[in-house]
Ligand binder design. Structure first.
Ligand code: GMT
Length: 381
């Protein structure tokens, strides 16, 4: 198949999922065309069967708000025509599904009357935050209903979208995936990184996010502060975003900043993740929690909040722990108990990988997308 993929290319779970899916599909022989305003962050150099088409947005002085969605729709239609794409797959409803809808309409009404179906994958914040803004809700609902196929990355997100948006289109759940060959523990590489980050054989905790308020990064610092009082340990923070400075400030106030390492945005996150013992994900809401899944594949035990789709990914007590939002004491207790019990820590790490491999491995999930595309194409022909 020839598939156009659009996503937010910068830091963020939906862009990561879209890029990894495109790479996997390309390896399976499909021709993949990424259409976006920047090269997706995890697209490493030229790859067979992968093409990238940049969307140029003109900065005419009249445009206080450059119309990216229109430029994207135009590029989608152009690329689909030029490369004879079979379908578009857009990740994140706003504005991508609206642009895809316009592109489909432009081609249908064009000289060749060409049909270009599009699939929308809902990721979470497009529904739970952005879509609930009154100014976006009607158009989000409309573009979901107009999609030729809709998927959501968890049952939680599907149910919430159906309930809150009252969409008529059926929504199929296809879970996020992880490449279990790339995300895995490599003892030699881990030992090298630990020598750098934990030179005195401290325990290593990790957090990975875009540091938005929904991630509750200050809770990460609070949990680590409690853990560090009981177990010599250090904290790796991967990513960047609006709440970074408040987290830095809290670490300084608590006098623990020398043990809190802000690494910023990183390309090869799997290496850093795989060097850690425990991953902290105390979010206010996650419709899936891709960072926790990536950690699990690396045998790193996640301690997370029981919110949204997270219980579909982490089974409490088996390969990970769940607690209530804001309950930093309980999350710290789980971490301390585990870090003091090496055999249990390793056993739970292994359980985490088994869970990631058996349910979310890309080799299981990608064929579900292929099958979904086939059904959409059949219906649209
Ligand atoms: O979490 C974010 O702020 C980024 C956001 C995104 O759209 O990139 O993540 C959402 O999609 C991820 C990939 O499907 C999920 O793993 C995250 O749980 C989800 N975030 C939220 O629901 C807050």
């Amino acid at each position: 198949m020839k598939i156009g993929i659009t996503c937010y290319p910068t830091y963020g779970g939906s862009g990561v999922v879209a890029t990894e899916l495109g790479l996997e599909l390309a390896q399976r022989g499909h021709e993949i065309h990424f259409i976006s305003y920047a090269q997706p962050i995890r697209l490493r150099g030229p790859e067979p069967n992968i093409h990238y088409h940049e969307v140029e947005v003109s900065r005419y002085p009249l445009f206080d708000y450059p119309p990216y969605d229109l430029a994207l729709a135009t590029r989608m239609a152009e690329v689909s025509q030029l490369y004879d794409l079979d379908l578009l797959h857009v990740h994140y409803a706003i504005p991508h599904s609206v642009s895809a809808l316009l592109a489909r309409q432009m081609l249908a009404d064009g000289p060749r009357g060409r049909r270009l179906p599009f699939v929308t994958t809902l990721h979470g914040t497009d529904i739970t935050l952005v879509g609930l803004d009154r100014s976006y809700l009607p158009i989000t609902r409309y573009s979901i209903d107009q999609s030729d196929g809709v998927t959501a990355i968890s049952n939680y997100l599907r149910d919430r979208t159906m309930r809150v948006f009252d969409v008529k289109n059926p929504i199929e759940v296809i879970y996020n995936s992880v490449n279990c060959d790339v995300y895995r523990r490599n003892p030699e590489a881990a030992a090298e990184l630990r020598a750098e980050y934990a030179p005195n054989h401290e325990r290593l905790l990790v957090h990975l996010s875009n540091f938005r308020p929904v991630k509750r990064v200050t809770d990460v610092i609070e949990i680590f502060d409690r853990v560090r009082k009981q177990v010599p340990s250090r904290l790796l923070l991967i990513g960047d975003g609006p709440d970074r400075s408040v987290a830095e400030w809290l670490a300084v106030q608590k006098g623990i900043h020398e043990d809190v390492l802000f690494l910023g945005k990183q390309d090869e996150v799997q290496e850093k993740l795989a060097a850690a013992d425990i991953m902290l994900m105390p979010s206010e809401l996650e419709s899936f929690g891709l960072a926790a899944l990536e950690a699990m594949a690396c045998e790193v035990v996640p301690i997370a909040t029981r919110v949204g789709g997270v219980p579909e990914v982490i089974e409490h007590g088996k390969g990970g722990y769940l607690a209530d939002v804001g309950d930093v004491d309980t999350m710290a207790r789980y971490a301390i108990e585990l870090l003091n019990d090496e055999p249990r820590l390793r056993e739970m790490g292994r359980e985490a990988r088994v869970m990631a491999k058996s349910r979310f491995c890309a080799s299981k999930i990608v064929p579900q997308y292929e099958e979904f595309y086939r059904r959409v194409l059949e219906r649209s022909s």
